[in-house]
Design a protein around this ligand. Structure first.
Ligand SMILES: [Fe+2]
Ligand SMILES: [Zn+2]
Length: 378
């Protein structure tokens, strides 16, 4: 017996493009659901004006034809009439999306190791004053951030206030329990190893948040002492290397859920997801979620599968730690580094003396929204 939610079978509608003669098969409900007439779609708000359950489940095209200016006209069995732009219909298909995305990842991203990033360093540096003077400079900064996952704003007065003004020129800041802007030194203001003088191996931040910060910004506003060099590793490059060298480890780390946790007085954050998150449509890296410090009790895998997991993590870590992957640099007062916390790993050497870092996070959605508004991503 069929349940009431069973799929209704309607024949596909076969369309032939009036110019290119490309044929696509469309689900008729999908086409009815994408009517862009004023009754169905509010062009001012870009919102649909109905709940799809209000459409008959078995709605069918009674008649369809191409108008002389290449508009698809459809008369529907529910009495509605729709007119579609041919490009809208053809560009809204999954094959189109996949080919656009693979084009972007092939030509719009530059995975890097140390020698590649050093060759491109001049594309990553943006002095503050021109950023304020010209929106085109903001666009170039965001484009470099999308391409390389790391940029610098230079010639910034080394104070928390100027750091904040510089960052807000480009992005809104993310509010967390650390605040919007945070300042850290070796004073233990939070239950986190960043608030110490210790060495910190390559990691991404916020693995314990349901939605880890999309970007992180750091500005060393003072350091009177030695050590404390930062290092950055491109997770996109590392993950591609892992897939090439150790495909079984790659597959396992894309699949196994790893819990992370943050606990301090009044806070208890926990999030569980794979170390490598992949876009299911395109197979491209969405997020590298790697932090050995913030791992919670690992109780999401049967004991007999642990050895495979640990071996895979070791293979990933082996690549991360290769000298040629690591870009070492001493952050100087005056330069803010901004990096993609879903892609680029960061760490630092132990240090001596007084060192103060000012920084902030930006939400992933705000980073992407800005890049979309500027026409950098779709
Ligand atoms: Fe960190
Ligand atoms: Zn309509």
């Amino acid at each position: 017996m069929l349940s009431s939610s069973a799929a209704v079978y309607i024949e596909m509608l076969s369309l032939k493009h009036p110019k290119t003669c490309d044929i696509i098969e469309l689900n008729q409900f999908w086409l009815r659901d994408h009517c862009r007439c004023a009754k169905c779609f509010n062009k001012q708000t870009n919102q649909r004006l109905y709940n799809l359950i209000e459409l008959p489940a078995d709605v069918e095209a009674v008649k369809h034809s191409w108008s002389p200016n290449d508009q698809l006209e459809v008369q529907w069995s529910d009495g509605h009439t729709s007119t579609y732009d041919v490009d809208f219909v053809y560009k809204s298909q999954v094959a189109e999306l996949i080919s656009r995305r693979s084009l972007i990842s092939a030509s719009g991203l530059t995975p890097w190791n140390r020698s590649i990033v050093l060759q491109n360093e001049q594309h990553l540096r943006f002095p503050l004053v021109p950023l304020f003077a010209n929106e085109e400079n903001v666009k170039q900064l965001v484009a470099a951030l999308v391409r390389y996952g790391i940029v610098f704003i230079d010639e910034v007065e080394p104070t928390p206030l100027m750091t904040e003004l510089a960052l807000r020129r480009v992005f809104p800041l993310m509010k967390t329990f650390f605040g919007e802007m945070w300042t850290f030194s070796d004073k233990q203001d939070h239950a986190d190893a960043a608030y110490s003088k210790l060495y910190l191996g390559s990691h991404t931040d916020n693995t314990y948040f349901c939605d880890a910060a999309g970007l992180q910004a750091l500005h060393c506003i003072e350091h009177a002492g030695t050590g404390g060099e930062n290092f950055f590793v491109d997770g996109l490059h590392v993950v591609r290397e892992l897939q090439r060298r150790y495909p079984a480890a790659y597959e396992l780390l894309c699949r196994v859920n790893v819990p992370a946790e943050y606990i301090e007085e009044g806070q208890h954050h926990r999030h569980t997801a794979p170390i490598i998150r992949i876009d299911p449509l395109t197979g491209e890296l969405l997020q590298l979620r790697l932090n050995f410090y913030d791992r919670a009790v690992f109780n999401t895998l049967p004991q007999r599968e642990m050895s495979q997991f640990y071996a895979s993590v070791r293979q990933l870590q082996q690549i991360v730690r290769e000298q040629e992957q690591q870009w070492f640099l001493k952050l100087q007062p005056g330069s803010i580094v901004i990096f993609d916390n879903w892609r680029v790993l960061h760490g630092r050497n132990a240090y001596t003396g007084r060192r103060t870092m000012s920084g902030a996070y930006v939400q992933r959605t705000d980073f992407q929204s800005k890049a979309r508004v500027l026409g950098i991503i779709e």
